[in-house]
Design a binder for this molecule. Structure first.
Ligand code: HEC
Length: 164
């Protein structure tokens, strides 16, 4: 009976030792993982954060490089038609609102000038000076009123009788 008790006691000791070793190795593992994570984040040459920052900056750089890009006769950044007066129009007409607001409107000379006057009187648009004629010419040439309404009258039609 006594022998039996002793062997179960040593069995218990063994189990404790095993558990102790297990906990210790887990602790070492956690410490190692924490240390290597901190190292990866803070080391400038390996840093994951820096790689994210770098990739976020890239698209901006490529956009500013292509400011003057013209494709198929269209100024890519603004959508304006490439024609004489376009740069002056971009410089004066895209500061307060998108170029799309300009492009979406089609008017004759009188109404383009009216729109400019309205912005000057109510929206703090500056005096355009000599540029006004350049801009209005550009707008009338490239964004004239759309031809809407009924078709032209038919002419020289040979009418035929419906009944003999
Ligand atoms: C100082 C600021 C400013 C500048 C510069 C400016 N605009 Fe505007 N423009 C406005 C504001 C504000 C509106 C009203 C926007 C809205 O309704 O959301 C407007 C509206 C317009 C509209 C729409 C008008 C309507 O009837 O809805 C057109 C077209 C337009 N602008 C053309 C131009 C042109 C062409 C130029 C260059 C000569 C120009 N804008 C420059 C401030 C400006």
């Amino acid at each position: 009976m006594k022998k039996n008790q002793e062997s179960s006691k040593s069995q218990l000791e063994k189990t404790f030792r095993l558990a102790y070793a297990l906990i210790l190795s887990m602790l070492v593992l956690v410490l190692f993982l924490t240390a290597s994570t901190i190292y990866l984040i803070t080391d400038p040459s390996l840093s994951l954060l820096r790689r994210f920052e770098a990739s976020a900056e890239e698209p901006e750089a490529s956009v500013s490089e292509n400011t003057d890009l013209i494709e198929n006769g269209i100024h890519v950044e603004t959508g304006f038609i490439d024609a004489p007066g376009m740069m002056v129009t971009i410089q004066n007409c895209t500061n307060c609102h998108s170029s799309k607001l300009v492009i979406a409107n089609r008017m004759n000379e009188e109404r383009w000038i009216q729109t400019i006057r309205w912005m000057q009187e109510t929206q703090n648009l500056w005096d355009l000076g000599e540029n006004e004629k350049i801009i209005v010419d550009y707008l009338v040439t490239n964004y004239p009123p759309k031809k809407v309404g009924r078709r032209a009258n038919l002419q020289e039609i040979e009418w035929y009788p419906l009944e003999e």
